[in-house]
Design a protein around this ligand. Structure first.
Ligand code: ADP
Ligand code: ZN
Length: 215
């Protein structure tokens, strides 16, 4: 099954996709994580993407599309995937349709109001070692500042700083929200109330995917 996890920054795409991919045996492909890895390793793509990411701007389509096209050509993506953070523009959605393993079977739209997004993004801490995500108030690690899973030291993403957060929400409204209409017209949208706890959201999305998989 080809699944797109959609929603504004802070809606929980990474948390939900990360919990679902094991059960569905499809790779979790998160373009933001891939880009951060390029930045960390200092690749050519990382050097070109870094300034956009830190400002909360979108990385130009041609760079993203080259990266996603290569990833979807790998063997593990031939029978489906969970895309997280892609597509983020209508041009990216159109390009996905044209990729050999591309297209989508269902688009999960995680709905969360802006006040809640601001709260979540400012309280978010991540593990740079294993990618685990924590929330200061609702999903804290067992030991403050330390990853439960691998013991890594938790950090705040540079684009979770207040000015970058405001910019990411603005970019979402202007450039990414139109992708919803694109998939709505194709009958692929499934909207989920993303304000509930992660366990409830994961259960609902899991049930929706099971129903689609049988259909
Ligand atoms: P979030 O969804 O919380 O904003 P991501 O980790 O998905 O964070 O993305 C972080 C940053 O990486 C984005 O703000 C953007 O600069 C860049 N990025 C990720 N995916 C894309 C994409 N599909 N198109 C353009 N830029 C992207
Ligand atoms: Zn970790």
């Amino acid at each position: 099954m080809r699944v797109i996890m959609f929603g504004p920054p802070g809606a929980g795409k990474g948390t939900i996709a990360g919990a679902l991919n094991e059960r569905w045996h499809v790779p979790h492909i998160a373009t933001g994580d891939m880009l951060r890895e390029h930045v960390r390793q200092g690749t050519d793509l990382g050097l070109r993407a870094q300034a956009y990411m830190e400002a909360g701007e979108l990385v130009p389509d041609e760079l993203i599309l080259e990266m996603v096209r290569a990833r979807l050509a790998e063997p593990d993506a031939q029978h489906g995937f969970l895309l997280d953070g892609f597509p983020r523009t209508v041009a990216q959605a159109e390009a996905l349709e044209r990729m050999p393993a591309g297209g989508a079977d269902v688009v999960i739209d995680l709905r969360v109001p802006e006040s809640e997004l601001l709260r979540r993004l400012s309280g978010r801490r991540v593990c740079p070692e294993c990618g685990a995500i924590y929330q200061a108030d609702t999903m804290p690690p067992r030991r403050p500042g330390v990853c439960d899973r691998c013991g890594g030291k938790l950090v705040q993403r540079s684009d979770d700083a207040p000015q970058a957060v405001r910019n990411r929400l603005e970019v979402y409204r202007a450039q990414t929200a139109p992708v919803l209409a694109y998939y709505g017209e194709r009958g692929l949208l499934y909207s989920v109330d993303g304000t509930r706890g992660a366990v409830a959201v994961i259960a609902e999305v899991g049930a929706a995917l099971t129903a689609r998989g049988r259909a």
